[in-house]
Design a protein around this ligand. Structure first.
Ligand SMILES: Cc1ncc(COP(=O)(O)O)c(C=O)c1O
Length: 396
């Protein structure tokens, strides 16, 4: 079999290697706890499930959906963007339904990137930005997210010759994997930069409703004139516990929405209409349903952060997402530390280098297990002698 060259160009999939190590650990009889994947462990919010029961019984929902998304879903999504962020959008030209956000994030690169083009992507970052650039024949340019900049990119550090060759920039706040947040000022700078160099600004706001301690995440489209250069990807996955449903939307610049729609029309055939009907209802769900989820994650965060502090980590309190991004103990690479966690404590944590070069030296914890399990992880770490100040000597 002769596979395409593009498949050889993407980096080896680190998470497949983790799966192999988990299988090995399980075969040795280790009781493995995974804090690896950002997949909510509690059910979809009740409002959505109730609506789906009705929607599934409707024969009108059983045929092919429209490519762009049902009028009801697009209008409901525009209404939510208006109420939540004060952003006005045209449901026909500035809004598109997606099969979750991952596919649309990957496909936008095919609409804007040709061989020789660069993309500006956050590093560490959601791996799809880099791999989709490569699939489209482009070259990813890393914008380092560093602790000293509060995990925000520094646009002044992007060389002019790279900026001129760049077609697309991705930002993602609240951020995976760092858990960092930003304010509108960062988006203003990004809009200015992208206007200057004629770059499509893509903002991935998968985690905008998963916020704590009074922090409210902004939309890039709140910036005046943002629609000239920007689009924003929203996902129902994390906000409403709907990862398996595969639904979300992208909105903003009409030309970009049309271009992405053209790629998608030729590849997929839309979102199941019953899911769009149920997803439209998510926006009307009583606030308490979301608040309940955020309260749960906040409690988990507090327990995890307190326990990690006891183990020597200097943890900064995370205001959003269900991720903790932590430095590995001195002397370890990210992969070595992930292996120690698995082999000594039976705990799976993704090594930071899986999210990019600048992720080396870190690991991520997803708070997708209940408090009892988080406590169990912390006590297993303690018993195994795993702490921030542990030396390599503990490893035989
Ligand atoms: C930053 C970010 N963007 C997008 C996604 C994709 O989510 P979905 O395809 O479920 O909408 C994820 C999933 O983990 C993510 O972390």
């Amino acid at each position: 079999m002769r596979q395409s060259e593009r498949l050889n160009k993407i980096p080896p999939y680190l998470f497949a290697e983790i799966d192999r190590k988990i299988a090995e650990a399980k075969a040795k009889g280790i009781d493995v706890i995974s804090l690896g994947i950002g997949d909510p462990d509690t059910p979809t919010i009740p409002t959505v499930v109730e609506e789906m029961h009705k929607a599934i019984d409707e024969p009108k929902n059983h045929d092919y959906p429209s490519y762009n998304g049902s009028e009801q879903f697009r209008k409901a999504s525009c209404k939510w963007m208006k109420e939540r962020f004060g952003v006005d959008l045209d449901a026909n030209t500035e809004m598109l339904a997606n099969i979750g956000s991952k596919e649309a994030i990957a496909h936008v690169f095919f609409a804007f990137v040709d061989a020789g083009d660069y993309t500006l992507i956050p590093d560490p970052g959601y791996p799809v930005y880099k791999n989709a650039t490569i699939f489209a024949g482009g070259t990813p340019y890393s914008m380092p997210l560093l602790a000293e900049n509060n995990w925000l990119p520094d646009f002044d550090k992007i060389p002019e010759e790279i900026a001129k060759k760049s077609k697309l920039m991705f930002l993602n706040y609240p951020n995976n994997p760092t858990g960092a947040v930003c304010d509108l000022d960062l988006f203003k700078k990004a809009v200015d930069f992208c206007k200057k160099y004629d770059i499509l600004l893509c903002h991935d706001q998968a985690y905008c409703e998963m916020t704590y301690d009074g922090y409210v995440a902004p939309s890039v489209l709140e910036v005046e004139g943002a629609k000239d250069v920007a689009i924003e990807f929203f996902s129902h996955s994390k906000s409403y516990n709907m990862t398996g449903w595969r639904v979300g939307f992208v909105c903003g610049n009409a030309q970009a929405i049309k271009a992405l729609g053209t790629i998608k029309n030729n590849i997929d055939s839309g979102v199941f209409k019953a899911i769009q009907q149920a997803a439209s209802k998510a926006y009307e769900a009583p606030k308490e349903q979301i608040e309940k989820l955020n309260k749960m994650y906040k409690e988990r965060r507090d327990v995890a952060e307190a326990g990690l502090r006891e183990l020597g980590w200097d943890v900064k309190t995370s205001k959003a997402t269900f991720y903790l991004w932590l430095p590995v103990p001195k002397g370890f690479t990210s992969e070595e530390f992930a292996t120690v966690m698995l082999e000594r404590a039976g705990v799976v944590v993704p090594p930071g280098n899986g999210y990019g070069t600048y992720g080396e030296g870190y690991f991520r914890i997803a708070l997708t297990k209940d408090i009892e399990t988080i406590k169990k992880v912390l006590s297993r770490m303690k018993e195994a002698g795993i702490s921030f100040n542990m030396g390599r000597a503990v490893i035989k």
